[in-house]
Write a protein that binds this ligand. Structure first.
Ligand code: DGL
Length: 249
């Protein structure tokens, strides 16, 4: 079936989802939209995020996307419901913090690290309610500026902030849910602060859901070669960087 898989995020975080998608569905055509100009999403209001993401959806529709992957926890928890209402003809797959994965993995002391918006969102409260055992301890904390610093490539500041955020949990966290797709790009740095913690994200789960949706709508592409186009609304230099990161992760 013709048509691209549209993927978007507030910048390069979505590459972590894109990577898994391309592994699972290598013959598809991908259009990855990096909204670096509006990064960070995590400090914006729901209204602002709906305005911003509906423009991206318009663009992806114009560019012939058959499904749209919201490779961003913040945009999913704030806008996915509204986007489904606004674009009833489109299939959306979103990304939420992997709290269910922590539950299924029988983790007992789990940090949920997300953007300021996601940490406070109703969706995360619902996931915590649905997927917590009585004997399970959850630390729902905001990563503050982390996604923005990752986007800017400020790695020394990223490392310093990780120390501030995570060291207090060094002795009592067995796992950490990476509730922002940008954080999946700094697993090595997170593991340096919490060497024994299990790192969990939703990237594989999202790619499997995309496959299920394409299969059930008979939209899988029948061909033996796929393609990728990356668009960045801030600078073409960032596109070059993203292709490099995609090779590395
Ligand atoms: N990567 C995004 C997420 O998963 C958003 C980061 C941001 O722009 O604040 O939440």
């Amino acid at each position: 079936m013709n048509g691209k898989i549209g993927v978007f995020d507030s910048g390069l975080g979505g590459l972590s989802v894109l990577k898994e998608l391309m592994k699972l569905l290598p013959n598809e055509d991908y259009l990855f939209y990096e909204d670096s100009i509006h990064n960070p999403y995590g400090v914006k209001s729901e209204e602002e995020l709906i305005e911003i993401t509906s423009h991206i959806v318009d663009y992806l529709l114009e560019r012939d996307c058959k499904i749209i992957v919201i490779a961003c926890n913040t945009a999913t928890t704030s806008c996915m419901k509204k986007l489904r209402e606004l674009y009833p003809q489109m299939i959306f797959v979103g990304t939420v913090p992997a709290i269910k994965v922590a539950y299924d993995s029988h983790c007992k002391h789990t940090i949920i690290l997300s953007t300021p918006y996601t940490t406070k969102s109703k969706r995360v409260q619902e996931l915590i309610h649905d997927y917590t055992d009585k004997d399970q301890e959850l630390f729902n904390i905001s990563g503050g500026d982390l996604a923005h610093l990752i986007e800017l490539g400020e790695m020394e500041k990223v490392k310093a902030l990780l120390q501030d955020l995570l060291l207090p949990y060094q002795d009592n966290a067995d796992s950490i849910v990476l509730g922002c797709t940008h954080y999946s790009l700094i697993k090595k740095e997170i593991q340096e602060v919490l060497p024994n913690a299990l790192l969990l994200d939703g990237c594989v789960g999202v790619s499997q859901e995309v496959k299920r949706q394409l299969e059930s709508h008979h939209l899988l592409k029948e061909s033996s070669s796929g393609s990728l186009e990356i668009v960045n609304d801030k600078s073409d230099d960032l596109i070059t960087r993203s292709y490099e990161i995609l090779e590395e992760i």
